[in-house]
Design a protein around this ligand. Structure first.
Ligand code: SF4
Length: 667
């Protein structure tokens, strides 16, 4: 079955969803709302762990709206009760399938911090309330759907399913877990961005195919239930795949006992995530095996435009009338321009989920959304962000399609910017100018992270960023200063950051503006020792930097850095990597970076003693923190505004930032 149907084309059965005129603004969530549309049954039910916000930044809703746009009758059940299947069953049995997603974030990451403490807030829930979704929501919802609708195909999707699709290390239980598809006992798993696979599944089920026959949809996985079905593939992968050999990963049993096998699995998997040449993958689990087709192909510009032109209400469902949804408040006046990332940072899962090929909208499509937003109630003329996973990868591509299709590199910018990468900021500059010149637009900020090694190549971009698009502070993510640690992260050297900081400073001065960089750092990343963190703190002090955006490294499922954390090996080189696994050591590392904040001094002192750097405790220009005692109180009273950090934030959980582009992954 071809995967190349253009998703921007007019849907075959659009009339079934009712006309545009007088149509309710939201997808139905109850039988009454179904009846208001004149529907007696749904074709597809989407179950999500997030509150229902009808906005393209909410991944499950993006796919639901897309399927509705193809003519299917789609309903949404957001954050159902999980003590019985009754809530999920409230709109009746859907005709084609149920799509299950934990929401925009992995449910465990959403609930627990790097220190494995329960977060007090869920940004994707009404009022920021915690406990409105279960742990491992994909598995729980899938079980409920099976009870509610026996025989209806269950299709998993979203970040949690995508990033737990092969055997993986789960930080929160400190265990290697099986593919989530087996634990959820679902029929199919959609990985990556779900529009293309979800539509192919819907079309083929609608045409009368059985779900068991859908074994060749790109971007999906299914289970081969007995050895007869998969052992011949494992024995000779080339015989069973028409055009490309399948890659057989070490089995779940092997990787859960043998860390070297786990690292081998992680490496082999990474090389098959490129949609243009990623091969199918098979991973045995006992008598069963999970089979992954090649990744879905990226969307064209026309297809991206079609997606973002869908009639989103850009608002939370009215049933949340009295409670705001924090993640929506962050994105409601922002515009997504692109998806994907070719950076390949090892601690981040965006490449594994959104793909390494940049998929951008046209300038016209972005402007249409800007105009619509400027007509909406409550919009003051200030766009809070224009970007995506990265602010300045808009329309950047490989120099030609043939080179890109053949390329097996994991990053286009590490260890240096590839000579084939077109780093032209021209299309982005044109977009920035067009948006800020739109009628009704007073300010346009760029809040997505700037990739400074790319920005380094465009003084014009840095000048316009500083003059027009920075509201006093700009987020950038040097992450660390140590070259060995940055190498493990696959990030550019600190000197690149310093060059950008200088250029930004000069551009700000030229624009007559006093503005600051807000640098992000990660502590406890694999490769980083306590001594490396002392060096980082000294670097920060030397440069008068008092960062407030410090992330204690969280090993999220399937990231390369997570493999380093779990196995103690760099899967890309097979070399040993030091990793802080003890929670106290991780806390000490974070305390060092807050060298300027008295509340962290007691732990930072212990860190310095354990690192053999007592010499940095005391007074004078060389000390990092003062002696214990009266100095703590004096400094506590004197604590003021940081020189190049932002204003103090009322709360910083150190947790994930809200999503962009239909499902931003963990940082
Ligand atoms: S050749 Fe270079 S620019 Fe092209 S895809 Fe490969 S790494 Fe990226």
């Amino acid at each position: 079955m071809s995967n190349l149907v253009q998703i921007g084309k007019k849907p075959r059965s659009h009339q079934r969803s009712g006309g545009q005129l007088g149509r309710p603004r939201f997808l139905p969530t109850t039988r009454e709302e179904m009846q208001a549309r004149g529907w007696d049954e749904l074709d597809i039910l989407i179950v999500s762990g997030d509150a229902y916000v009808d906005h393209p930044a909410f991944g499950p809703i993006l796919v639901a709206r897309f399927l509705e746009g193809r003519g299917y009758r789609v309903g949404v059940i957001a954050q159902p009760r999980w003590d019985s299947p009754a809530d999920i069953a409230r709109m009746g049995r859907p005709r084609l399938f149920v799509g299950v997603s934990a929401g925009n974030l992995d449910s465990m990451l959403n609930k627990l911090t790097a220190q494995k403490k329960v977060r007090s807030e869920d940004q994707y829930s009404p009022g920021g309330r915690a406990n409105l979704r279960p742990n491992r929501a994909t598995i729980v919802y899938s079980n409920l759907c099976r009870q509610a609708f026996p025989g209806v195909p269950i299709v998993l999707g979203g970040i949690e399913a995508s990033l737990r699709r092969i055997a993986h290390y789960d930080y929160w239980s400190d265990q290697v877990r099986r593919s989530i598809l087996l634990d959820a006992k679902a029929d199919l798993l959609v990985f990556g961005m779900g529009e293309r696979p979800a539509w192919e599944i819907a079309r083929r089920l609608d045409a009368g195919e059985k779900v068991e026959a859908l074994t060749d949809v790109r971007g999906t996985a299914h289970v081969k239930k007995n050895r007869r079905a998969w052992e011949p593939i494992a024995a000779d992968p080339s015989r069973f795949v028409a055009d490309r050999k399948a890659v057989v990963l070490p089995s779940y049993e092997e990787v859960s006992k043998d860390k070297e096998a786990f690292a081998r699995m992680s490496r082999a998997f990474q090389y098959e995530t490129n949609p243009h040449n990623g091969r199918p993958i098979l991973q045995p689990h006992g008598d069963e095996a999970v089979y992954f087709n090649s990744p879905a192909l990226p969307l064209s510009e026309e297809e991206m435009d079609g997606l973002y032109d869908l009639p989103f209400a850009r608002a939370p469902h009215p049933s949340y009338a009295n409670e705001g949804i924090p993640a929506f408040e962050t994105v409601k006046h922002s515009i997504v321009t692109m998806r994907g990332c070719f950076g390949g940072c090892t601690f981040c899962s965006i490449t594994e989920h959104e793909g390494r090929v940049i998929q951008s909208r046209s300038e016209g499509s972005v402007l249409r959304e800007v105009r619509e937003l400027s007509r909406s109630a409550g919009f003051s003329g200030v766009l809070t962000d224009l970007g995506g996973p990265t602010a300045n990868m808009y329309k950047m591509t490989c120099k030609d399609e043939r080179t890109e299709t053949a390329c097996r590199r994991l990053s286009c910018v590490h260890p240096g910017i590839c000579e084939n990468l077109v780093t032209d900021h021209g299309p982005l500059l044109s977009l920035m100018r067009a948006v800020r010149n739109e009628k009704g637009i007073k300010r346009v900020f760029i809040a997505s992270g700037v990739r400074y090694d790319l920005a380094d190549r465009s003084p014009e971009f840095v000048a316009e960023l500083a003059r027009h698009h920075t509201g006093g502070q700009l987020s950038v993510a040097p992450e660390h200063n140590n070259p060995r640690v940055l190498e493990k992260m696959k990030k550019p050297g600190i000197e690149t950051y310093e060059r950008f900081a200088q250029a930004f400073c000069q551009a700000s001065e030229k624009a007559g503006k006093e503005q600051y960089l807000v640098p992000y750092f990660i502590t406890g990343h694999p490769g980083s020792t306590l001594r490396d963190t002392v060096d980082l703190a000294l670097y920060l002090k030397r440069n008068n930097m008092r960062p407030r955006q410090v992330q204690d490294f969280i090993p999220t499922p399937m990231a390369v850095a997570t493999t380093m954390f779990y196995t103690g090996l760099d899967p890309l080189t097979n070399e040993p990597v030091y990793t802080a696994r003890d929670l106290r050591e991780k806390r000490m590392m974070k305390a060092l970076v807050f060298y300027w904040d008295p509340q962290h001094w007691p732990l930072a002192r212990q860190a310095l003693i354990e690192a053999g750097r007592r010499d940095l405790i005391g007074h004078g220009p060389n000390a990092l923190i003062p002696f214990e005692g009266s100095a703590d109180r004096v400094h506590a009273a004197a604590k003021g505004r940081p020189r190049n950090g932002g204003p103090p934030r009322s709360r910083d959980t150190g947790g994930p930032r809200p999503p962009r582009g239909g499902g931003r992954g963990p940082r």
